[in-house]
Write a protein that binds this ligand. Structure first.
Ligand code: 5AD
Ligand code: SF4
Length: 460
């Protein structure tokens, strides 16, 4: 092993917001001489960006830290030092307990403190023990992170516009780990999107734990809604596609529904978790909507955009869930006909109200329910995808395919699409005839006569 320029390895767990945060952390550490590496063994700095949403999250991080410790020891034998940081929601939730339990950890940094990383790294050089940075600082971390670089832009890029949550669903840790709802100012988002557009991104997905609750300060001094922000972003000429995730049914207002009907750049895809089809369980979850309110909302969204692909999150085995409650969930899945759905077995999260509720459902019962639900979801997904076979769809080509001469992109409805084609097409939207639907993707043939345009800058 030879020492070269400093290397950074970030392992990311969990949601797209963590993926975005990892990118921003890497960018913040670039000026300090850290170049990213895929190989942990090469890394002078290892960051685990963790997720706390479900199932023994903290335990998984501790066992990963066991592997990191071995790696650190191996590197030490070669005379190489390794710094180890734990970031993300487990860091926020565990805090000082993590430093006490895992001596390998030099830094525990919560999601609101990533802009302090350069300074924290300097502190690590002189600190005797682990450093803790898990407070919720008053300043906006985004305002203190470096601007997005003008190279390496992905054809499809994420931009976090909102963080935290004030909804307090009784099963969820997010309000505790990510804190209160916060919306970035419109001007900062426009500036970031402009740079991504200049660097070659064609699609922007706006991220937030509760993205449709967005209420950021506009350049006109007023509070802007998500719909108003999206309308403004649709005016950026290079940006051809817009998406947003994740949304709460309660914040799906008429303005946003209307936008799905009249803004062609807004993709016909919506992820809208309903969690349970039983009103009794929804009330215990503090969701503040009923099953009927949800289907009514879906009706209005479909009236605005009939072909929209709907996606959702569902929890089975919430405390007190009976067979009848679970049946109501299955009914709702059948009624809506989702293009995609993510389903989870309820996992008691320490510190959340539901963790102390009576009637915790036996693991085997919850497991059985999850299986039935997942086969129903599979049927629904297959039916949606089969309906696309024979159609011609615009596909944003994002990367090389698995085989030489193949490329992969996404349809407007979000499915990956594999097709034969030159990687010079990366970053372009091409018309593809869909010929087959597989397990989780579509296969197609690029329509003949398609003209190749200038490739976007440095996108591979
Ligand atoms: N147990 C199981 N699933 C959960 N989710 C959030 N908290 C829990 C929990 N304690 C699911 C919800 C949410 C998705 C991101 O994760 O369905 O929408
Ligand atoms: Fe968690 Fe509910 Fe907030 Fe979503 S809306 S982040 S599930 S508390």
């Amino acid at each position: 092993m030879v020492a070269g320029p400093k290397k950074l390895h970030i392992k990311t767990f969990g949601c797209q917001m963590n993926v975005y945060d990892s990118e921003r952390m890497a960018e913040a550490l670039g000026p300090l001489g850290y170049a990213p590496t895929k190989h942990m063994a090469e890394a002078d700095l290892v960051i685990l960006n963790t997720c706390h949403i479900r199932e023994k999250a903290a335990e998984k991080v501790y066992s990963e830290l066991g592997r990191v410790r071995e790696m650190k020891e191996m590197r030490r034998q070669y005379g190489l030092a390794t710094k180890v940081a734990v970031a993300g929601c487990v860091a926020q939730a565990e805090g000082a307990a993590m430093i006490a339990r895992a001596a390998v950890v030099d830094l525990v940094v919560g999601p609101q403190s990533y802009h302090r990383l350069p300074q924290l790294l300097a502190e690590m050089d002189v600190a005797k023990g682990g450093i803790l940075a898990t407070d919720f600082p008053a300043e906006d971390k985004f305002a203190h992170l470096p601007e997005r670089p003008l190279t390496r832009a992905q054809p499809s890029a994420f931009v976090t516009v909102q963080e935290g949550c004030d909804k307090f669903c009784t099963f969820c840790v997010v309000p505790y780990t990510r804190g209160a709802e916060f919306s970035r100012p419109v001007a900062a988002i426009l500036a970031e999107v402009a740079r991504l557009a200049e660097a070659g991104s064609r699609e922007i997905t706006l991220l937030g734990q509760n993205v449709n609750a967005y209420h950021g300060q506009g350049p006109d001094g007023r509070v802007w809604s998500l719909a108003k922000l999206l309308r403004r972003l649709a005016q950026v000429p290079e940006i051809e596609r817009l998406r947003y995730t994740t949304s709460h049914p309660r914040d799906m207002d008429d303005e946003l529904i209307q936008l799905h009907g009249d803004e062609p750049k807004l993709m016909p895809y919506l992820h809208l978790p309903f969690q349970s089809g039983s009103d009794r369980i929804l009330a215990a979850m503090n969701r503040k909507h009923t099953a009927q309110a949800y289907t009514g909302l879906i009706g209005r969204i479909r009236a605005a955009r009939p072909d929209i692909a709907l996606s959702t999150d569902i929890i089975v085995g919430f405390p007190g869930e009976t067979d009848a409650d679970f049946e109501a969930t299955l009914r709702l899945v059948r009624e809506v006909g989702f293009a995609q759905a993510f389903s989870f077995k309820y996992s008691a999260r320490p510190g959340t109200p539901a963790a102390d509720l009576p009637g915790q459902v036996e693991a085997a019962v919850a497991g059985g329910r999850l299986q039935s639900l997942q086969s129903l979801i599979e049927e629904s997904t297959r039916a949606f995808d089969a309906g696309l076979v024979g159609r011609s769809l615009p596909v944003l080509i994002e990367r090389k395919g698995r085989k030489p001469g193949q490329v992969t992109g996404r349809s407007p409805y979000q499915q990956p699409v594999h097709t034969d084609g030159s990687d010079r097409l990366i970053g372009q939207i091409v018309e593809v005839d869909i010929v087959a639907a597989g397990q989780k993707s579509l296969t197609g043939v690029i329509k003949s006569g398609f003209e190749w345009r200038e490739p976007i800058q440095a996108a591979v």
